[in-house]
Design a protein around this ligand. Structure first.
Ligand code: SF4
Length: 212
């Protein structure tokens, strides 16, 4: 799926993201444009090797226009710190750029309208590793409907990138047993990043699930 209009073939990722943000503008492609406070484009290093993809902005993100600024964001910061990373080392975006009312799940039509923007972000940033947070991001990126509980803890090679499905940090706010699992999954994510640092871009096309 392509973003309508031009693509951004500039070698400068920051310029590419700025151009994409300008094109999105005051987007009203789906009904969420009418109910959002602020559009949440994404944040982080435009040339990050690791990109996180979450579900959609929540109340705090909608107010501030930044991803993961609430309690789930605080946990994400702790998880990043546990593997020696900060937000400035990674890029964070969501499947939807506007908040669904009441934090309900994204509707298929909303996902269809909004994800061309995410796909363009991925193309411009060109991360080696994508960590998908929760069911919606994992289903979209891996083109599957299998539950996150069956996919986390595994490394997938898909469209030339390493995909690491992880529980959404918000899940641990309601179920503390998931926090331990999240920290374990970040250790596995670190192992993938170390492998990337040693071998460059190790993930080939195809979908090759592997326990590690
Ligand atoms: S969710 Fe995406 S498609 Fe819908 S209005 Fe917001 S930016 Fe546009």
């Amino acid at each position: 799926m392509d973003v309508p209009g031009d693509t951004y073939s500039t070698p400068d990722a920051a310029e590419g993201l700025t151009a994409l943000r300008e094109r999105i503008g005051d987007c009203q492609r789906c009904a969420l444009g009418a109910t959002r406070t602020k559009l949440v484009f994404g944040a982080g290093d435009p040339r990050a090797r690791l990109m996180f993809i979450g579900e959609a902005p929540g109340r705090n993100e909608d107010l501030k226009g930044e991803p993961f600024v609430g309690a789930a964001g605080q946990l994400l910061d702790e998880l990043l710190a546990s593997i020696g990373l900060a937000r400035s080392d990674v890029y964070i975006a969501n499947i939807l750029k506007c908040r669904p009312p009441g934090n309900r799940d994204p509707l298929p039509a909303e996902t269809e309208e909004c994800t061309p923007f995410l796909e363009e972000q991925v193309r411009v940033i060109d991360p080696v590793v994508i960590a998908t947070l929760g069911n919606h991001a994992t289903h979209f990126i891996l083109e599957t409907q299998r539950p996150i509980g069956a996919l986390r803890g595994r490394l997938f090679h898909h469209r030339g990138r390493c995909i690491v499905p992880i529980f959404h940090p918000a899940a641990a706010l309601y179920d503390r047993s998931k926090a331990e699992v999240l920290f374990d999954d970040f250790k596995r994510l670190k192992a993938v990043l170390d492998r990337v640092a040693e071998n460059g871009r190790p993930c080939a096309d195809g979908d090759q699930p592997k326990l590690f």
